[in-house]
Design a protein around this ligand. Sequence first.
Ligand SMILES: [Zn+2]
Length: 171
Amino acid sequence: MIELPNQNPCEFCEGMAGRDDTWAVIGECEHTQTVINPSQYEIGQCCVITRRHVGTLLDLSDEECSAIIVAAKRVANALVNAFEPLGVLTFQNNGVYSGQEVPHYHFHVVPRQQGSDWGIGPPQLAVFEGAGRVQGTLHDSSSDGARRARVKVAAHKLHEVAALIRSNLPD
Ligand SMILES: [Zn+2]
């Protein structure tokens, strides 16, 4: 059984219900909403989120699976147009032991640039020698606070970035 993070109320359900001023929608369809991630480890970092409150990949319908990738491709095109990134990272966490922090399915779409605040990768995955983590040990989160604080962005800025991405969506 995959263990989900505890969060009540769910911040994505709150956002979709219009109760979060940082919630900035880039696109939507019957099954998904694409939003700007409130934590901007990279400028323009987005998430495709299911409209249904479900936890992980294992809970998705086939229709939701298709809709998620279609939405991810669409926003990736917009990110390339808007930011000319060096690359686009997509990833998705299932369960607390994979780094999932919100118990509601989401698929990350991240334009990667030089000078990322992620170092060599998401911190919970860093097991390379010298990266601060020994394989087989729990992630030491004691230094995560400073990184998390650096990537918090004001609501008005998030809406500005979302509008820029929206204006770069393909037809
Ligand atoms: Zn939810």
